[in-house]
Design a protein around this ligand. Structure first.
Ligand SMILES: [Zn+2]
Length: 276
């Protein structure tokens, strides 16, 4: 059972389209989790790492850096925030990734001793880097240090009607949510006081998309359509997330990777309680 869950934003993105009122949020976070568990610390997603901050053009490519408006800062990196919380980074034994886009996987090279859990289809797609989308979204330099990959695939477990696979113990699960990428997953984390967080990664981008009926700024819809690898699966999984959000009450708190308002709301939970 995890004893505490910390919410960290490990990147800040200010896309150019965000300067046009109503088109897109002007500021996006990169919502990551640091889970204190009996076997050590687990990171869920990692934002950008120190090597991305040192050499953004080399690690991320100019197209990616420009398109996302990445504001890179050493203080935002997961390793800096782990230290700021008073932990030794060596205590991070496991990293669970929603997918391998450069704004999610950049921090893994700061924890070369950690096991890196990912869906096997995601790793195969990222290694292939096929097509324009595959070449720009993934940065092979982020994993050239040779991580200890742990590849997962759903094996029949059920989590609130979704397939799931245990990544770290019984408390951190990968929940396949294909669409944005081929091997994209959500990560479900059991909260210490009961219930679950579902980090839905990039399966949606804006808080209104989990509501029924959904709403989102037009720039968010265009961006998701440009970046998707499986259109039908992406929309079907957004439908399923809306059903889960509507039907699970306080049992499941869902948030995506990049919505700042969702980040602030989730970060207000301490050990499952909302503290104001
Ligand atoms: Zn992302």
């Amino acid at each position: 059972m995890s004893s505490r869950i910390h919410h960290l934003s490990c990147a800040t993105l200010c896309p150019a389209a965000g300067r046009v009122p109503g088109l897109m949020p002007s500021r996006l976070v990169a919502h990551c989790l640091l889970v204190e568990g009996p076997g050590g610390l687990t990171l869920v997603d990692t934002g950008f790492g120190t090597a991305d901050v040192a050499d953004p053009a080399g690690r991320l490519g100019r197209t990616f850096a420009l398109a996302t408006g990445a504001r890179l800062s050493t203080a935002d990196t997961a390793i800096a925030q782990v230290r700021a919380l008073g932990f030794d980074p060596r205590e991070v034994g496991d990293i669970v990734l929603t997918h391998l886009d450069a704004d999610h996987a950049g921090g893994i090279s700061d924890f070369p001793w950690a096991r890196v859990h990912v869906h096997r289809d995601e790793l195969a797609t990222a290694r292939g880097r096929r097509g324009r989308l595959g070449r720009t979204r993934y940065s092979a330099r982020q994993w050239q240090h040779g991580p200890q990959w742990v590849e997962h695939a759903a094996d029949g477990d059920d989590w609130f009607g979704f397939e799931s696979v245990r990544a770290v113990g019984d408390d951190v699960l990968l929940v396949p949510l294909r669409g944005h990428t081929v091997g994209h997953c959500g990560v479900a984390v059991r909260r210490p006081s009961g219930g679950w967080f579902l980090h839905a990664g990039d399966s949606y981008f804006f808080r209104g998309e989990k509501q029924t009926p959904p709403s989102s700024p037009p720039g968010i819809r265009v961006f998701q359509a440009i970046m998707e690898m499986d259109h039908a699966a992406r929309l079907a999984n957004q439908d399923r997330l809306r059903e889960l959000h509507a039907g699970s009450g306080d049992e499941v708190t869902i948030f995506c990777a990049h919505d700042e308002i969702e980040f602030d709301a989730a970060a207000a939970h301490i050990d499952g309680r909302t503290v104001r």
